[in-house]
Design a protein around this ligand. Structure first.
Ligand code: NAD
Length: 354
């Protein structure tokens, strides 16, 4: 199995280095894993004048998965849009048709204090939000701002989904649920929007092939409320691009620190790009204090979803849990006065547990 490692900018290289140490340890332990390295984002621009150099894209095409750090830094802000670091990531998503965005939100008992909700509401939370990433009102045409017959400016967008787009994300949801607690909640607004009535119909049709997975439906307004009322009722939530955009940010904040959260973006073949949800954090870059757990947990997701290594993925996740249980804390997840570790020392703690 070959993995393209694209560390990027800012804290990207610092946190990715710790995920690579974990993968290297697994390789030493018998996992047939080859890591290849490419420049992306600002680092790609510096190396080849392009945030996604042709050489990097070729590396990704020859690999089974991409492990991504983060891109962006203030010094690239003056570049024209096509050369900005973020374009490297957007082009990778487009090139590989990464339509399924998986964002787990998990609260470790030791970190329940870091959530904005009461610990008893979030302790033990373990849900997966699956957001469709390449269609919906964000891409639907026609769209625009015109002057209407009354002489007023009028803005409009088009919410659109075809059944193929819905079917493939529904399949991803049911497959993901099979790797978890086998419950899918599909979120829509079928009481008001035709597009999401079709969404509900197609998800229900696909469900016929997954009798072992429980399916429920929920309106998006209720889902937004339930996420803060009783988030532990959910296992997998699947929804469209716009609703998913909003709900996944809401869910991620239930967990406390942005540095803890991994994500995956997958295509129909199961090829995926795996990255922590945070950015390049220029405010702490170069200090060696960033939390590497989001990156390490992204590597675990990669093992599970693209490399078919479920048991190894669980081993990595258990090692993260054990490190936290043992008191390992970077600054972002420490209580006031608690001793804090560098990124590398947190990597050491996970490796020791592994
Ligand atoms: P950010 O996620 O980089 O940082 C937000 C805050 O969270 C900062 O205070 C930062 O120090 C903290 N933080 C983030 N990751 C952390 C970690 N692992 N450990 C400890 N603290 C952490 O978001 P931002 O500041 O809005 O953006 C900075 C740059 O990152 C911008 O150039 C932006 O475009 C880019 N960005 C990239 C991605 C990506 O690569 N996928 C995503 C978001 C933002």
């Amino acid at each position: 199995m070959k993995v393209a490692v694209l560390a990027g900018d800012g804290i990207g290289p610092e946190i990715t280095a710790q995920a690579v140490r974990v993968l290297a340890a697994l390789a030493t332990d018998g996992l047939a894993l080859e890591l290849v390295y490419g420049a992306v984002g600002g680092a790609g621009y510096d190396a080849a004048g392009d945030p996604l150099p042709a050489e990097t894209l070729a590396l990704c095409e020859q690999s089974d998965a991409i492990l991504f750090g983060a891109v962006g830094a203030p010094r690239y802000d003056g570049l024209e849009r096509a050369l900005r670091p973020e374009q490297g990531l957007l082009r990778l998503r487009k090139h590989f048709d990464l339509f399924a965005n998986l964002r787990p939100a998990l609260v470790y008992p030791e970190l329940a204090h870091a959530s904005s909700l009461r610990p008893e509401v979030v302790a033990g939370l373990d849900l997966l939000i699956l957001r469709e990433l390449t269609s919906d009102i964000y891409f639907g045409k026609p769209r625009g701002i015109v002057v209407n017959e009354a002489g007023q400016r009028e803005g409009f967008d088009t919410m659109r989904y075809n059944e193929g787009e819905i079917r493939r994300i529904a399949i991803t949801a049911f497959e993901a649920a099979r790797k978890r607690s086998r419950r899918v909640c599909s979120v829509d607004k079928a009481n008001v929007l035709e597009t999401t009535q079709l969404w509900r119909d197609v998800v229900t049709e696909v469900h016929a092939d997954y009798p072992d997975v429980e399916l429920s439906h929920m309106y998006v307004d209720n889902a937004a409320m339930q996420l803060v009322r009783n988030p532990r009722q959910f296992d997998v939530i699947v929804t469209g691009n716009m609703f998913g955009d909003i709900l996944s940010d809401e869910a991620s904040m239930l967990t406390g620190s942005i540095g803890m959260l991994p994500s995956a973006s997958l295509n129909a073949a199961g090829f995926g790009l795996y990255e922590p949800i945070h950015g390049s954090a220029p405010d702490i870059a170069g200090k060696g204090v960033a939390n590497p757990l989001g990156a390490i947990l992204s590597a675990a997701m990669m093992l599970r979803y693209s490399l078919g290594q479920d048991a190894v993925a669980t081993r990595v996740e258990d090692a993260v849990r054990a490190a936290l249980r043992g008191g390992a804390r970077t600054a972002d997840i420490a209580r006031e006065g608690e001793p804090t570790l560098s990124s590398e020392a947190m990597g050491d703690a996970v490796l020791a547990a592994l």
